[in-house]
Design a protein around this ligand. Structure first.
Ligand code: PMP
Length: 358
């Protein structure tokens, strides 16, 4: 079976070069006579992966020395608890900007550990707020937002900058898809299974002055200070996922880094949105200035054709195009590893399908 173009929102498609490298190295990794899945997380060989992935992330995102990089269990969702536990308290307020389902989830989780406030909610409008529209609070422990809302396909094109509280961003579905100015943030966190690897590992990039302010009952595996001191190895970590992360980071670097990833994303998204906008068969609910370059939701005007569209696209080798249950329709996730060829093939299929069902 030839490899398909997998438009899944995550776990997502991996670069073909990464799959081939993993396959080639699988049974005898670095001539150690066993696979990377079988080596100790404390062995010098694995510690080398730890150091290389840290150095590579630092280089790719230009992360200053006063930020530590933590590798974590529990996906991005676990950080939704870790953030209030490390930065707030039941007495302090934590502020949230809601632009979609993931921001709302993060907010609902934070309520368990902190006082919380929603300072903006533009979820219903499929948009992001301008910084000038935000009412910042002086007493906020931090301000959280979701840079790219994976389900709605809404992405910030700017940083909601604030001076009086650390800015915390969920970058799960667009990390390493474009350069970012790390110094504008207190914390940047993301799961790996979309743009930079497979499920099982998440990362947090934390400004070091924010370490050590956790709530007393914080579980040690969620305490950033502890994780930093333990070099992100407090216990047995998902070693294979970490190795795949390193392979993906190396692939990004060899492919021209985040500047090139951004150029690719802009081009892929432009092709797809332009096609949708010029069609009267498909439509996208998001205004151009808020559109995600990673997740492109679209609906068919004739919704009774949804099932057939999905069946035939899968047969054509274009898989996982079903939209999230909460919004319906379709969604094409076009992360770093989706080649432009996949987008051309999708547009070709959409065009043929629309002509057949006019
Ligand atoms: N935030 C965003 C923006 C996401 O898209 C997702 C997963 N789709 C999550 C958080 C949750 O990630 P995880 O499943 O790794 O906990």
């Amino acid at each position: 079976m030839p490899r398909v173009f997998n438009f899944s929102p995550g776990p997502a498609m991996l670069p073909a070069a990464v799959i081939e490298k993993v396959q080639a190295e699988l049974s005898d990794w670095k001539k150690c006579g066993m696979s990377v899945m079988e080596i100790s997380h404390r062995s010098p060989a694995f510690l080398n992966i730890v150091e290389q992935s840290k150095a590579m992330l630092r280089k790719l995102l230009n992360i200053p020395d006063n930020y530590c990089i933590l590798f974590l269990h529990g996906g991005a969702s676990m950080q939704c608890s870790a953030i209030p536990l490390n930065l707030s308290s039941p007495k302090k307020n934590a502020d949230y900007i809601i632009t979609g389902q993931w921001g709302l989830k993060a907010y609902n989780e934070a309520k368990r550990f902190s006082k919380t406030r929603i300072i903006s909610n533009t979820m219903e409008q499929f948009s992001t707020p301008n910084t000038s529209e935000l009412a910042f609070n002086d007493d906020a422990a931090y301000l959280h937002y979701t840079d790219n809302e994976t389900i709605l396909g809404v992405e910030f094109s700017h940083v909601p900058e604030i001076d009086n509280a650390p800015l915390v961003v969920d970058s799960s579905s667009n990390i390493l898809s474009r350069p970012i100015d790390v110094e504008k943030y207190g914390v940047i966190y993301a799961c790996c299974q979309k743009n930079i690897g497979i499920a099982g590992l998440a990362i947090s990039i934390v400004r070091e002055d924010l370490l050590g302010h956790h709530q007393a009952h914080t579980p040690s595996l969620l305490e950033w200070q502890h994780l930093h001191e333990k070099n992100s190895l407090p216990n047995t970590m998902p070693t294979f996922a970490w190795y795949v992360l390193l392979c993906c980071l190396q692939w990004i670097e060899q492919s021209g880094g985040v500047v090139q990833m951004q150029k690719n994303s802009i081009q892929k998204a432009k092709l797809l949105y332009e096609y949708i906008d010029n069609s009267d068969f498909y439509s996208n609910p998001v205004a151009p200035q808020y559109r995600s370059k990673m997740n492109v939701p679209f609906t068919l005007q004739k919704t009774d054709l949804d099932a057939l569209f999905l069946q035939q696209s899968t047969q054509a080798g274009l898989t996982n195009l079903k939209g999230h249950v909460s919004v319906g329709g379709m969604r094409a996730s076009i992360y770093n590893s989706m080649p432009e060829e996949g987008v051309h093939k999708l547009i070709e299929f959409m065009h043929t399908f629309s002509r057949q069902h006019k």
